[in-house]
Design a protein around this ligand. Sequence first.
Ligand code: ITT
Length: 200
Amino acid sequence: MRILIATMNPGKLREYERLLADVPGLELETMASLAEPVDVVEDCDTFRGNALKKATEIAKVAGMPCLADDSGLEVDALGGRPGVYSARYSGEGATDAQNNTKLLDELSDTADEQRTARFRCAIVIVDGAGHELAMADGACEGRIGHEPTGAHGFGYDPLFVPEGYTQTMAELGPDTKNEISHRAQAAAKLVPLLRELQNP
Ligand code: ITT
């Protein structure tokens, strides 16, 4: 089975290549295999809604099964923000560094015990006609640090200290991230569903 991974984020793509490596006979294609880029407006107010919209629109253009996710950071002291707006938290086209700076600014008066947060991820797989084949979601609890630390990962990883750890996700690196992350947990739920789809 060939599945198109619908992301423009190279950090995410690398994670999926590892997270789904154990599904026998699964071939992952990247967006580079599309003749033209597909720009999906992620305007739903839930991670699931955005993932389903992205997967459906891209699968129809590609004419092949497509896996899309939507993910983001929920910070309790900010009432769950930036949530579905995580990628553009500090404005359209924001860099990871700009988003991290804004997050630190907004939390500058927030004490350690109130800096709780979680990454969330929803993954949807649809077939080439745009019908939903599988859906899964995952969460990774943690807290927001006081300065960016570490060089691995992407997005808010340099600020996010997962529960049970003292280092940020960007310090912990890909092996640990692929065991504990929101995306890893959602992908782990998808593995049996993908096996079932291969051998109904
Ligand atoms: P695609 O839509 O092309 O997949 P994206 O980076 O815009 O790429 P999302 O819409 O899922 O992906 O955006 C979520 C944002 O949330 C992302 O830009 C990061 O800032 C943050 N995020 C998501 N997963 C993350 C992770 O594993 N580590 C750190 N930050 C993450």
